[in-house]
Design a protein around this ligand. Structure first.
Ligand code: SAH
Length: 348
């Protein structure tokens, strides 16, 4: 069998695994055991599934693909113990994932694609375009590999690494179902955040799934013209349409929106920008997360000063908005999206 025609076993739902194993002529409980090895014990290969008969393991190895990541690098921040991992996929492509340790638990930031085609001007992940989508298994593997490496459980997941999750929608949805499945990791939907640059039809589709996950919207500007300068996706979807879709997401799910706003000195960080932003999202039930832009060497964007960030926050608060300034974790370790992978590609 060719690699393509083989089943990606870790991307199958619980029910699909059970019926697949039955189709191999096995008893139903074998399917349950297999699912548990993959999504509860999170082992890296069939060889570790010690209570499965050798013949079944061999059958599985022949008829399926069992994805696993190879750790290429792990940078540990001296400031806050944030860990940034570079993993190689089976085909040699590389993805980044980040582990952040908070009081409320361990949070992992996963990538959803190899590269990205959205072209946001300040982002390192998009500089070489999109290579390919990640499979649901490959998104899960990032979490599982980190759990194995640290021996600690992950309780929160943010899809905020490289890639645009809404540009890989079907795999994203399957990933969400698997991650929150009671037979597997059983992570609460409320502990999962998906960040998007604003692909409007997909936001509306996701809203209609009625999940309890948090939608983070990368806004980064207070009007259409400024957003166009930073984010080419604004050519396709007007800022007003994006805000409408966010409102719809809240109506459908009851989940408060998170707006992400990266502050770039002299571009979008004035108090007038803050006032315009407050008006733009005046009737959206939301939280605003300000991120001092992380400069990348390929672009000459400059981070807003501490004072400008504080003034921006104060202005929004005057309008009664709920605002936080993103804690910059792991700044000493190639913090910005895609920088670690890029460095590695250019070295080799
Ligand atoms: N494609 C998705 C998720 C990946 S990026 C999205 O656009 O939301 C996660 C967040 O980091 C986004 O808000 C993105 O705009 C922001 N980001 C990317 N590069 C950055 C940088 N250099 N400095 C600050 N924020 C950045």
């Amino acid at each position: 069998m060719t690699e393509q025609s083989r089943i990606d076993i870790k991307s199958l739902t619980y029910e699909e695994v059970l019926s697949f194993v039955e189709s191999l002529g096995e008893k139903p409980f074998r399917g349950k055991q297999l699912y548990e090895w993959m999504h509860v014990h999170k082992v890296a290969s069939y060889d570790e599934m010690t209570n499965l008969p050798g013949k079944l393991r061999q059958k599985l190895a022949e008829s399926t693909v069992y994805t696993a990541l190879t750790q290429v690098e792990c940078q540990i921040s001296k400031e806050d113990d944030t860990r940034k991992y570079l993993f190689a996929l089976a085909d040699g492509n590389m993805v980044e994932s980040v582990l952040m340790r908070y009081k409320h638990g361990n949070s992992v930031c996963v990538s959803s694609q190899v590269g990205c085609r959205m072209g946001c001007r300040f982002c390192a992940s998009t500089l070489d375009g999109l290579v390919r989508n990640l499979q649901p298994s490959e998104i899960l593997d990032q979490i599982y590999a980190i759990e194995r490496a640290t021996g600690e459980r992950v309780s929160h997941v943010v899809v905020m690494g490289t890639g645009e999750p809404m540009d890989n929608y079907d795999n994203l949805l399957r990933f969400i179902r698997l991650l929150t499945d009671e037979h597997g990791s059983n992570i609460s939907q409320r502990n999962l955040t998906v960040s998007t640059c604003g692909i409007v039809p997909r936001i509306r589709m996701l809203a209609e799934e009625h999940l309890q996950i948090t939608l983070a919207l990368s806004l980064h500007a207070s009007n259409q013209q400024k957003r166009l300068e930073l984010m080419p996706v604004a050519n396709r979807y007007d800022i007003q349409e994006v805000v409408d879709a966010c409102r719809y997401y809240f109506e459908q799910t009851g989940r408060r929106i998170t707006f992400e706003y990266s502050l770039v000195a002299g571009v979008n960080d004035s108090e007038a920008d803050a006032a315009e932003l407050a008006a733009l999202i005046a009737d959206v039930n939301c939280h605003i997360n300000l991120i001092p832009v992380n400069p990348i060497k390929e672009r000459d964007y400059v981070q807003s000063s501490r004072g400008a960030v504080e003034a921006f926050k104060n202005k929004l608060e005057k309008y009664g908005r709920n605002v936080t300034i993103r804690r910059e974790m792991g700044r000493d370790i190639d913090g910005a999206c895609g920088q670690l992978r890029r460095r590695h590609i250019s070295e080799t």
